[in-house]
Structure formats: C-alpha cells, structure tokens
Design a protein around this ligand. Structure first.
Ligand SMILES: [Zn+2]
Length: 365
C-alpha cells in the first residue's frame, strides 16, 4: 500500500485543519509514493523507537508528538531531533504525526481518558473556533435537490457522528437583470426579471471549503452563482478536553485510587478544596492541560485531570476545582491504541504495531 493512501485517509479521518496554529501535524518525513510494509505507533518518535522500526522493518512511524515541531535551519545531528531526522531519512522510514488534530476530533485523545474513567454525559470542554463554515446559496427550485446532493456528496451537511445530509431551505423571490453577452438560465437580456428561488443553507468542516465550492459550481445551473461563506465560531463536536460525570459520586480518597488504577499512573499531584466533599463532575485533557483550567472551573468540574501543571496553577485552582496532575505520558499513553483503532477502521489487512518502547523521559523516585 502506498504511503499516500494512508495519509489521505488520516487527513480525512483526523483532519489536519483541526490542529492548533502552533502545531506541525501530518507527514513530516517520507516520500508519499513509498510502499508501506508495516506501521509502528508511538507517542514520541525517539531514537529507540526508530531503532525498533529498523529492526522489525516497519517503514512508517506514526507518532502523537511531532518530532519536527519548530523550524529547522540545519540538520547536522547536533541534537536528538536532527539525529532522528537524519537516521529516518537514511533508513527510508517515513514519520507522520497526529497531535492537536487528534486532540480536537470527537472521540480523540481526551475521550480515551473519559472512557478509561467510564465518564457519562461527555461533552467537549472547549469548542474550537472557526472549524465550521456555513454556505448560503440561491437556486431555482427545480435544481435544489441536485445542488444539495452535490454538496452532501462532498461532505457538507454532516453534524457530529449521527446525522448527515442536514440543510435548511427557504423559498423567496430573486431578482436580476441579464446584461448584453449574458446567457441567463431564465429571463431576457436588458429586462428586469423576478423569479422564485430557493435559499439553501448548509454547514461543513472548514477544511472542505475548496471541495464544497467546486461541487456547488459544477451542480448549479446559473452562469454566475451567488454564494456566501460564513465562519461559524464553534462546533460542539470539535475542540479540546472533555467534561463528563461519574456514575456515582466518589470521595477524594476513593477517586485518587480510581484514577491511579484506571490511568495506570505512578504519582498524582493534587490539591484539596475544602468545600468539596465528593466528586461527580470531571474534566479531563490529555497532555499539557493548564490552558483549560479556567474552562473546567467555569463548567463547575469537581476535578480536572491532566498534566504539566505549574506550582501557581494549584493556587489558581484552589477552592474551585481539584487538579489531578497524572503526568504527560500517563495521560496520553492510551492514545497509541486510539491511533491503532483509527487505522484498523480502514486498513484491516495492514500490519500495525504498537511500540514496545516506553518513551516517557520522566522517572519517579
Ligand atoms: Zn502530549
């Protein structure tokens, strides 16, 4: 199978446009026309992981964290990133990263944590802005279904995981005057015309905009098509972190044990909140989650499970939410299985392996 087939699928299933501005997801190293023998999945593409790929003849590594994150001006092996890049290219191993785009999809990294904790009534904690666009266009009623079907076929009108082909149509009167040289769908040159038209409104993921526009122009009967694209601020299905509820309230001690067991972590850094006798509402975020602390507080979470909190974050949380800092690697460990499952959904015969290397650089004494 060509690498391009795999990256095309991943770019659709976990859209690159969902990544944060600072990120660098997608194919980082490799020739898209390479035949992929087998895939190795990891959180971090370390040199040990690369050696494992060489030894077992995996020629595609899919990692959560992008090995190339900042701009590079030279690749001479002067740090671990440059060494890994050199070695991967020499050994003909491609590297693909699924980072904040995997955080932001529905069913992504934080959902894995929510599932491990059996949270119910789960929702995105902070919705991503500008991920969705609305198209408004006008066409004669005789062509409404043709236009809508063309838009649906390119992915417009999908709402979450459970509904597709969603749209809104209203009927009104459109006016125009065709000028000399025009070949109008209806009406006469130089004469004002008034015709019944349908207004079609449909939403889609913003990254689909070029495809949606070409579908509209292909299917629409008018010589000049009028359309408006509006960015919609948020979508409940796209964003970072998850908030949900435990089946039953738990006391702090019980919940500490429960998190430690469910997430298989060694150590939990936490604070106490004097007026919280029990925990029911829980927010979670895989990786460095202090940027969502205020969102967890605003949504009345009793506990917020994530990692990489600073000393002063614990003061900010005090009296409002109990922070559970379970460690970065520990919070994202199950992401490897998530990537595996996403690949298997589409490539059941592809050889896919999880790394046997523990890439956590942090040790606990
Ligand atoms: Zn991370």
């Amino acid at each position: 199978m060509k690498l391009l087939e795999i990256t095309n699928y991943l770019d659709t299933r976990v859209p690159l446009s969902f990544q944060e501005d600072y990120d660098n997801c997608g194919l980082l190293i490799g020739d898209p026309n390479t035949e992929v023998n087998s895939v190795l999945i990891c959180l971090d593409c370390t040199e040990d992981v690369l050696d494992e790929a060489v030894k077992n003849k995996h020629n595609l590594i899919i990692s959560h964290h992008p090995i190339i994150f900042k701009g590079l001006k030279k690749i001479i092996g002067s740090n671990y990133v440059e060494k890994i890049i050199q070695k991967a290219i020499k050994r003909d191993i491609a590297i693909y990263a699924m980072h904040t785009n995997l955080d932001n999809i529905y069913g992504g990294v934080s959902f894995q944590i929510a599932n491990k904790l059996s949270l119910e009534k789960t929702q995105i904690l902070k919705q991503k802005t500008n991920a969705v666009t609305k198209l408004t266009t006008y066409c004669p009623p005789s062509h409404t279904n043709v236009v809508k079907n063309a838009l649906f076929a390119r992915g417009a009108g999908r709402l979450g995981q459970l509904y597709d082909r969603c749209s809104f149509t209203s009927t009104g009167m459109g006016s125009f005057r065709p000028l000399k040289g025009a070949s109008p769908f209806s009406g006469n040159i130089g004469k004002d015309a008034l015709f019944e038209e349908d207004k079609i409104e449909v939403v889609f993921c913003s990254y689909l905009k070029p495809k949606i526009l070409s579908a509209l122009l292909e299917a629409h009967p008018y010589q000049d098509v009028s359309y408006i694209f509006d960015k919609i601020n948020t979508d409940a299905q796209i964003g970072s972190g998850i908030i949900g509820e435990l089946k039953k309230d738990m006391g702090l001690d019980t919940f500490l044990k429960y998190v430690k067991f469910s997430m298989n972590c060694n150590t939990i850094r936490y604070n106490t909140v004097s007026n919280k006798k029990s925990i029911k509402k829980v927010a979670v975020c895989g990786g460095s989650g202090s940027f969502l602390l205020q969102d967890a507080i605003l949504q009345d979470a009793d506990a917020y499970i994530s990692s990489d909190f600073k000393y002063h974050d614990f003061f900010e949380a005090n009296h409002k939410v109990i922070i559970f800092d379970i460690g970065h690697y520990e919070s994202e460990y199950f992401t490897q299985q998530l990537i595996f499952d996403i690949l298997k959904e589409n490539f059941s015969k592809l050889a896919i392996h999880l790394t046997s290397v523990c890439t956590n650089p942090v040790l606990y004494y």
